[in-house]
Ligand binder design. Structure first.
Ligand SMILES: *[C@@H]1O[C@H](CO)[C@@H](O)[C@H](O)[C@H]1NC(C)=O
Ligand SMILES: *[C@@H]1O[C@H](CO)[C@@H](O)[C@H](O)[C@H]1NC(C)=O
Ligand SMILES: *[C@@H]1O[C@H](CO)[C@@H](O)[C@H](O)[C@H]1NC(C)=O
Ligand SMILES: *[C@@H]1O[C@H](CO)[C@@H](O)[C@H](O)[C@H]1NC(C)=O
Ligand SMILES: *[C@@H]1O[C@H](CO)[C@@H](O)[C@H](O)[C@H]1NC(C)=O
Length: 261
């Protein structure tokens, strides 16, 4: 009887998810003291999100409903501005579209990424916070209402700007000081850091001195391409909150202002 009930429940879940009734929402919150322009890129055959880029002032949030089986990534752009010709660009995380919307363009490295595959194997959502393309902002992903034993809050809360080794540092005159930290792959373009060529296997591409700096600052985040074991998480039927500078400022929920578009 219990088995039959379980079967019916899973059939119902399947029907609901196929018909798109179960949907996933992402709430993006900016807790940084400055404005962040989130960017969103859909990957693979995933349908696009309703928006691919917008601005969030300190304390603002935006909730987006994802298409079924969406896969893609979120990141934050900082120090964005529009020049006299109307071209929009950012000091970090720029997507090269020239506009606030990224429209299918990804982020310029370095940028901290939150990556998702919704409704993947076994119906689970898989997600991670990645420093494989470097670091620009602290980020945290908090699943809400999800199940599965491997469904924790995941983030990179450290300020890797300052602990970044000097050979990986990105500085900007526009933003007084260190604005981001490159990955070793980006800085040196060598196979052993990029996990390419002879190093394109988990058995041959090992953590480096540089990836270990990222890993010790942010143990839950991907520090190099084959860092899966400690960096991939999964939830079933969750919604997700993604925050920038999660610990920077303590904002109570009523101080978070949803924005309307
Ligand atoms: C970004 O998108 C724009 C169109 O919105 C395109 O013209 C440009 O080449 C793209 N840039 C990159 C780096 O992909
Ligand atoms: C990065 O470092 C600079 C200089 O120390 C600091 O002003 C900025 O707030 C840092 N950014 C983040 C996101 O931690
Ligand atoms: C996710 O958000 C939607 C829309 O707000 C809501 O209907 C649904 O119950 C939420 N799911 C969970 C698991 O909290
Ligand atoms: C650039 O961003 C930093 C925070 O990372 C902020 O303190 C600074 O005011 C910004 N500068 C400009 C020109 O937007
Ligand atoms: C990185 O090195 C490869 C060859 O090892 C080269 O094909 C590629 O263009 C280089 N990329 C950059 C960004 O320099």
């Amino acid at each position: 009887m219990a088995q039959l009930t379980a079967l019916l429940v899973s059939l119902l879940t399947l029907v609901l998810s196929i018909s798109g009734v179960i949907s996933t929402t992402f709430t993006i919150i900016n807790k940084c003291e400055y404005t962040v322009w989130p960017g969103i890129l859909s990957i693979g055959r995933s349908p696009a999100m309703s928006t691919t880029g917008f601005a969030l002032q300190n304390g603002e949030s935006m909730t987006i409903t994802a298409p079924t089986s969406w896969a893609g990534r979120f990141w934050g752009r900082t120090n964005c501005s529009q020049d006299s010709t109307g071209k929009f660009s950012c000091v970090t995380g720029d997507c090269g579209s020239g506009k606030i919307e990224c429209s299918g363009n990804g982020s310029a490295m370095p940028a901290t990424l939150a990556e998702f595959t919704l409704g993947g194997a076994g119906g689970f959502d898989f997600f991670d916070v990645s420093l494989v393309d470097g670091y620009n902002l602290p980020m945290k992903v908090v699943p809400e209402g999800g199940t599965d034993q491997n469904c924790p809050s995941v983030g990179c809360l450290a300020d890797l700007n300052d602990s970044c080794p000097s050979e990986l540092k990105v500085t900007s005159a526009d933003a007084d000081g260190n604005v981001a930290c490159k990955s070793a792959c980006m800085a040196f373009n060598q196979s052993k850091y990029c996990c390419t060529g002879a190093y394109s296997f988990p058995s041959t591409c090992k953590p480096s001195r540089y990836s270990q700096i990222f890993k010790s600052a942010c143990p839950q985040a991907y520090s190099y391409a084959y860092d899966d074991k400690t960096s991939t998480f999964s939830c079933a039927s969750a919604n997700y909150t993604i925050s920038f500078c999660p610990t920077r400022k303590f904002l109570t929920p009523d101080r978070i202002t949803p924005i309307r578009r």
